[in-house]
Design a protein around this ligand. Structure first.
Ligand code: NAI
Length: 355
């Protein structure tokens, strides 16, 4: 069987650190295993070459969300042998999922593999913004020491209202991790209501109207997949309903937020800060406004490249999960239901929008 993996170059870091499994160099740690089973394994960079490889005859394609190979409807039409796409990680929006349904191509991801990694990153991002960390560190690197310039925009998280858009595996874990911070309230906006005991365990209250939800939050964190119902959800109109000076953290997907509207809201001070690691195009172009956008006091930007879900711990889990999905596929065994996003010609998850 021909298996194609679209990974990214880890260069020297990947040579020195074999646990960087998601790289072209370390091949998810499955190359020898696949070869021993007689499979042809092609590892390609996200580049023109992969389009050539792809339009060829692979039956299995593995991609990652961090440096994604975008699987369009057009590519699926060319890939006559393609039966299964595996996302090494969580979040398969780089695959045209409706086209996968139409072409009866299964899409699976390693559900849960990096949800703790992201939840920890979200908590870090919230604290980074609320406590005004980045300008403080930059000041130290510059050799300056002007405490008032930092303290005038630094707050405690205690007593603030924090809300998550999406209270699935990550959103839930974020609120769970915030319980000891004694926030004023934990809110969530999700069409899937949590059972009462689960709500109580994380002190969460559901708000059904999104404008009402954002108007109550000091901090909004986005933890929903990207789909038709979330693309551009946080736009100029919704941002105008946020509490003035709110903080927004998005580690879900960049395209859930309107790029220019976020940059403008930060510039005007309507948002006091924006942080996250996901971008509407990845890798983000050098002149992407989110790289350098700032609030009126020159801070409020906590952006990084997409790495929250690809810590070394997470890579071990999603590489193992990818192998297990492949094993099930080769043996004709049923897949873990939670990993299946698109089954044989039908959606298998309720998390990618209400259908
Ligand atoms: P999950 O499937 O456990 O939870 C998603 C939740 O979002 C569900 O409860 C669903 O009902 C809700 N939802 C869907 N559409 C919604 C909408 N329109 N409004 C409100 N809620 C909505 O998924 P999980 O594991 O929590 O991951 C969420 C997303 O986080 C992934 O789809 C992925 O895009 C992103 N992610 C980012 C990573 C990173 O490295 N930055 C790594 C892992 C995931």
């Amino acid at each position: 069987m021909k298996v194609l993996a679209i990974l990214y170059n880890g260069f020297n870091a990947a040579v020195k650190e074999p646990r960087l499994l998601g790289t072209v160099e370390n091949k998810l740690g499955i190359d020898k295993w696949l070869a021993s089973r007689g499979h042809e394994f092609i590892v390609s960079l996200v580049s023109f070459r992969w389009y050539l490889e792809f339009s060829f005859d692979a039956e299995v394609v593995i991609t990652t969300p961090f440096h994604p190979g975008y699987l369009t409807r057009e590519l699926m039409e060319k890939a006559k042998n393609l039966k299964i796409c595996i996302t090494a990680g969580v979040g398969s929006d780089h695959i045209d999922l409706n086209a996968a349904v139409d072409h009866k191509i299964q899409v699976l991801e390693v559900t849960g593999s990096n949800v703790v990694s992201v939840a920890e990153h979200v908590v870090m991002n919230i604290l980074t913004l609320v406590r005004n960390f980045v300008p403080a560190h930059e000041m130290i690197e510059r050799g300056d020491w002007q405490v008032s310039d930092i303290a005038r925009n630094a707050f405690d998280l205690e007593g603030k209202v924090v809300g998550t858009i999406g209270a699935g595996r990550i959103g839930y874990r974020v609120l769970q991790r915030l319980v000891p911070f004694d926030c004023k309230e934990h809110l969530y906006y999700d069409y899937a209501k949590l059972p009462v005991e689960r709500e109580q365990a994380i002190k969460a209250r559901r708000v059904e109207d999104i404008e009402e939800f954002v108007s109550q939050c000091d901090v909004v964190t986005v933890n929903a997949p990207l789909h038709e119902g979330t693309r551009g959800l946080i736009n100029e109109k919704l941002l105008s309903k946020f509490k003035p000076g709110a903080w927004l953290v998005n580690t879900a997907r960049g395209a859930i937020c309107d790029t220019d509207a976020v940059a403008a809201a930060l510039k005007s001070g309507q948002l006091r800060g924006y942080a996250g690691d996901v971008w509407n195009v990845q890798p983000a172009p050098k002149d992407h406004p989110w790289r350098t956008m700032k609030n009126p006091l020159g801070g409020g930007n906590g952006m990084t490249p997409h790495y929250s879900g690809t810590t070394l711990d997470a890579q071990a889990r999603y590489a193992a999960g990818t192998k297990s999905i492949l094993e099930n596929y080769f043996e004709g065994r049923e897949q873990e239901p939670a990993n299946v996003i698109v089954g044989h010609g039908a959606w298998a998850t309720k998390a990618y929008g209400q259908r």
